[in-house]
Design a protein around this ligand. Structure first.
Ligand SMILES: Nc1ncnc2c1ncn2[C@@H]1O[C@H](COP(=O)(O)OP(=O)(O)OP(=O)(O)O)[C@@H](O)[C@H]1O
Length: 671
C-alpha cells in the first residue's frame, strides 16, 4: 500500500535559498525560526534538519529486470536507466525511468518520483485496483507537504517570482549597461540573441545574471540561479545563489532548449560555458546545476535521449577527475571527454581567445578504456600530473598547516588509517580533521558506529562554530543553517555491522552524492560479524583490504579509525601496534597516530604522528593543544615546527625533547 513517505513530486521545492548574500534582508522573506509555530511553521528538529542520513536496501539491476519480467512489464535497457511504460498516465507512450543502480524512478510526464519500493507498491496498487493507470491526483493526495515544507516552498516561490519579474533582458538595457554586465562576466562575445534563447536575464539591484530553471512540462519557473561578480583586492570572484537551496536545485540549464529528438549533447559545468559552446558550434548544450562538485542521479533520466555525450567541464585537474567520475554514472560507452590543458581551456575562455570550439570538440577522448594500455595512452595523464603538482597533492587543511607539510594534502582514492590510545581523543580529532576538508567542499560521509550521529554532529557543530552553543541557544539556528549547507552525510548504522552492508551503503553514497571522503569510526565494530575467519588478524586484513579496494575503485578517500592492537603504558604507539600483519600495513597509504603518553607535557596535549605517507614519503610528528570549550585541536604556537623522523625514533621525537633530530626520509617507510 502506498505510504505517506512514498512518492515525491519533483515539482516540490522546499528549503529557501541560504547564504542569501545578494539581496537585502528587508526584501527577502524571513526564514522560519524556532518558536514560530504560531505563524504556521512547525519546530524544526535537530536530527531531521542537521543530518542527511543514508539508509538503503540495495537492489541490483538484475533484480529489477527480473521483477519487470515476472510482472510482464516490457522495458528498454537504456544507458543509466531502464525505461518502462509509466503507470501514472493513461498514454502508453509516456515513459517512466528506473535508475539501474538504485531502482529510483521518475515519470517524466507527471514528474512523480520515488524509491524502488515505491515503484513496486504502485504496481501492486495497479493490480489491486484493476485499473490501467494510477491517477497522479489520487497519489499526490498522499504527498501533502508538512506545514513547514509548504511554508518554505511558498517563500521560495515568492522570491523566485520577485527576482524573475524584476530582472530584465540584456537587450532591454541601455547599451552601456549591457556592455558593462557582459564585461563583468566575460560575455562580450556572447550575443543578446544567445542570451535570450537560453532565457538569461540581468537582476540590476545586484548586477547579477539570472539563469532560469524552467519546468520541462509547461515552461513555468521551478527556480533560478543568480551569478554575481564580487571584487576583492582586484580579484574577481563569482558567487552563485540558487533557489531553491543547493540540495533541491536540480536544473539542467539548457535542457528546455534541446529538441526532444536531439541525440548529441555537450555537458559543461557552468551556464556561461554552455552559452559559448552553443553559440560557437550550434551544438545542444546543457550545464550541471552544481558544477563539478556533484552529479545528482535524479538528473540521469533527462539525459537518456542522448546517444553521445561530450563532457567539457573545465580546464583543471579537478574538472578532469569529475569528467571521469560523472561518465561512469552516464555510462562510459556514450561519453567522451575534453582533456583540460593550455590548448584546451574551458569553452568560454576558448571562445574569448578566438579558438575554434568545433575543433576542440573533435579532440575529445572516449571515456571507455581497456584493461591493458600503453604509455602512449598514459603520457598525457602523466604530463597533467606533473603540470598540476599542487592539485595532485590534494586539498589542504585550513586548520592543520603541519599536516600539509607532511602529507601535502588530502587526495582521492587513498586509505588513511588513524589510531591512538583508548580515550585519547581520536573521534574528536578526526571529526575536526574531516570537518576542515568538508568546509572546503570535500563531500563527506560519516560512519560513526560508536558515537550516535546526534552526539557526533553536536561535536562537529561546536568545532564549526568555535563556541559553546549550549550557552548561547539563540545562536543555534544561525549556525545550524550554515552547518546544514556543508556537503555532509551520515550513515545511520550504530553498533556492530557487517562489512558488506557498510560497503554497500558507501557505494550508494558515492553514486548519489559524489562522496570524496568517508570516515569509518571504527573498524572494531565490523570485526565481530565476520565468521569466515577463525583468526582475528585475518578478519582485520580482510576488512582493511575491502576498504582499500573500495577507495581505489571509487576514487574516494577512506579514513579508517582503528583501536591499537596493543597498548603498552611505557611506550609510544607505532605502526606495528595497530596491525596484526604486514599485509594490512601495506594496504594503507597513510598511517596517523594520536600520541598521548610519553610526549605529554601538559593536560590536553597530544601529538599527531604521521608514520606512513605513501604519496610523498615525509613522516614526522607535531604537537597539538586541545581546547575543551571548542573541542578543537591547534598546534601550539611556540613549538609548531614539524619534526620529520623515523618511526623508531618517535619515542624521543617530541619537538620539546629532540630539537636536533630532524630527518626527512623519502620513500615508503613502512613497507
Ligand atoms: N586532548 C584532549 N584532552 C582532554 N580531553 C580530550 C582531549 N581530546 C578529547 N578529549 C575528550 O575526551 C573524551 C573522549 O574523546 P574521544 O571520544 O574523541 O576519544 P577516543 O579516542 O575516540 O575514544 P575511544 O578510544 O573510546 O574511541 C571526550 O569527552 C573529548 O571531549
Amino acid at each position: 500500500m502506498i505510504g505517506h513517505a512514498m512518492l515525491r513530486c519533483a515539482l516540490h521545492w522546499a528549503i529557501p535559498a541560504r547564504g542569501h548574500r545578494l539581496l537585502p534582508r528587508a526584501t527577502a522573506p524571513a526564514r522560519p525560526k524556532h518558536g514560530f509555530a504560531a505563524a504556521g511553521f512547525s519546530r524544526r528538529h535537530f536530527k531531521k534538519d542537521l543530518l542527511s542520513t543514508l539508509d538503503i536496501s540495495p537492489v541490483t539491476v538484475t533484480e529489477i529486470r527480473q521483477y519487470l519480467r515476472d510482472n510482464n512489464l516490457s522495458f528498454h535497457d537504456g544507458y543509466s536507466c531502464l525505461h518502462v511504460r509509466s503507470p501514472f498516465t493513461p498514454s502508453k507512450d509516456n515513459l517512466l525511468f528506473l535508475d539501474k543502480t538504485t531502482g529510483r524512478f521518475l515519470c517524466k510526464e507527471t514528474l512523480l518520483e520515488g524509491s524502488w519500493e515505491d515503484f513496486k507498491d504502485s504496481m501492486d496498487l495497479l493490480v489491486k485496483e484493476d485499473c490501467s493507470f494510477l491517477n497522479p491526483d489520487t497519489i499526490t493526495s498522499y504527498l501533502e507537504d508538512s506545514d513547514s515544507e509548504e511554508g518554505e516552498r511558498q517563500l521560495t516561490n515568492m522570491e523566485v517570482s520577485r527576482i524573475w519579474t524584476k530582472a530584465v533582458w540584456l537587450h532591454d538595457l541601455e547599451e552601456e549597461d549591457a556592455q558593462l554586465i557582459k564585461v563583468m562576466f566575460n560575455l562580450s562575445k556572447i550575443t543578446n540573441a544567445t542570451l535570450k534563447k537560453y532565457g538569461v536575464k540581468c537582476f540590476q539591484p545586484t548586477k547579477s545574471l539570472v539563469f532560469p530553471w524552467y519546468n520541462p512540462r509547461d515552461s513555468t519557473m521551478k527556480g533560478l540561479k543568480l551569478l554575481s561578480a564580487v571584487c576583492q583586492d582586484d580579484v574577481v570572484d563569482y558567487v552563485e545563489t540558487v533557489y531553491p537551496g543547493p540540495s533541491r536545485y536540480h536544473n539542467l540549464f539548457g535542457i528546455t532548449v534541446a529538441g526532444k529528438k536531439d541525440t548529441e549533447v555537450v555537458i559543461t559545468s557552468k551556464e556561461v560555458d554552455s552559452l559559448a559552446v552553443h553559440q560557437a558550434t550550434g551544438m545542444t548544450t546543457i550545464s550541471l546545476p552544481r558544477g563539478i562538485t556533484c552529479f545528482p542521479p535524479v538528473l540521469l533520466p533527462y539525459l537518456e535521449q542522448f546517444k553521445r555525450i561530450t563532457l567539457w567541464l573545465g580546464d583543471d585537474l579537478r574538472a578532469w577527475e569529475a569528467s571521469k567520475l560523472f561518465s561512469r554514472k552516464l555510462s562510459i560507452k556514450r561519453c567522451s571527454l575534453i582533456r583540460p590543458g593550455d590548448k584546451q581551456p574551458s569553452p568560454l575562455k576558448g571562445l574569448n581567445l578566438g579558438l575554434n570550439l568545433n575543433k576542440l570538440l573533435k579532440t575529445s577522448l572516449p571515456a571507455s578504456h581497456k584493461s591493458i594500455i600503453s604509455f602512449r595512452q598514459l603520457r598525457s595523464d602523466v604530463f597533467s600530473q606533473l603540470e598540476n603538482i599542487e592539485q595532485v597533492a590534494g586539498v589542504k587543511w585550513m586548520r592543520y598547516p603541519e599536516l600539509n607539510n607532511l602529507l601535502k594534502g588530502h587526495r582521492k582514492g587513498e586509505l588513511t588509517v588513524f589510531t591512538g590510545p583508548t580515550g585519547s581523543g581520536k573521534t574528536t580529532f578526526i571529526s575536526e580533521y574531516a570537518l576542515d576538508l568538508c568546509m572546503q567542499g570535500v563531500n563527506t560521509l560519516w560512519g560513526s558506529f560508536e558515537l550516535s550521529n546526534v552526539r557526533l554532529a553536536k561535536v562537529m557543530l561546536t568545532q564549526f562554530s568555535l563556541q559553546r552553543l549550549e550557552e548561547q541557544l539563540d545562536k543555534y539556528d544561525e549556525w545550524a543553517d550554515r552547518f546544514e549547507e556543508l556537503p555532509l552525510y551520515f550513515m545511520t548504522f550504530h553498533g556492530e555491522q557487517n562489512i558488506k552492508s557498510v560497503i554497500d551503503t558507501m557505494q550508494h553514497a558515492v553514486y548519489m552524492y559524489d562522496i570524496n571522503h568517508i570516515v569509518i569510526d571504527n573498524l572494531q565494530f565490523m570485526m565481530g560479524q565476520e565468521h569466515l575467519f577463525s583468526d582475528k588478524f585475518a578478519v582485520q586484513d580482510y576488512i582493511v583490504g575491502a576498504f582499500r579496494k573500495f577507495a581505489t575503485e571509487n576514487g574516494c578517500h577512506v579514513t579508517l579509525v582503528i583501536h591499537p592492537r596493543k597498548e603498552d603504558d611505557d611506550k609510544e604507539l607505532q605502526t606495528s601496534s595497530i596491525f596484526g600483519s604486514a599485509k594490512a600495513s601495506q594496504e594503507a597509504d597513510n598511517v596517523l597516530i594520536l600520541q598521548d603518553r610519553k610526549l605529554v607535557s601538559g593536560p590536553g596535549k597530544r601529538h599527531l604522528q604521521v608514520s606512513k605517507n605513501r604519496f610523498d614519503g615525509d613522516i614526522g610528528v607535531f604537537s597539538l593543544e586541545f581546547s575543551k570549550s571548542t573541542l578543537t585541536f591547534t598546534s601550539s604556537k611556540s613549538k609548531a615546527k614539524v619534526k620529520k623522523v623515523r618511526e623508531n625514533e618517535t619515542a624521543d621525537a617530541s619537538p620539546e625533547t629532540t630539537p636536533a633530530k630532524k630527518k626527512n626520509i623519502k620513500g615508503d617507510p613502512c613497507t
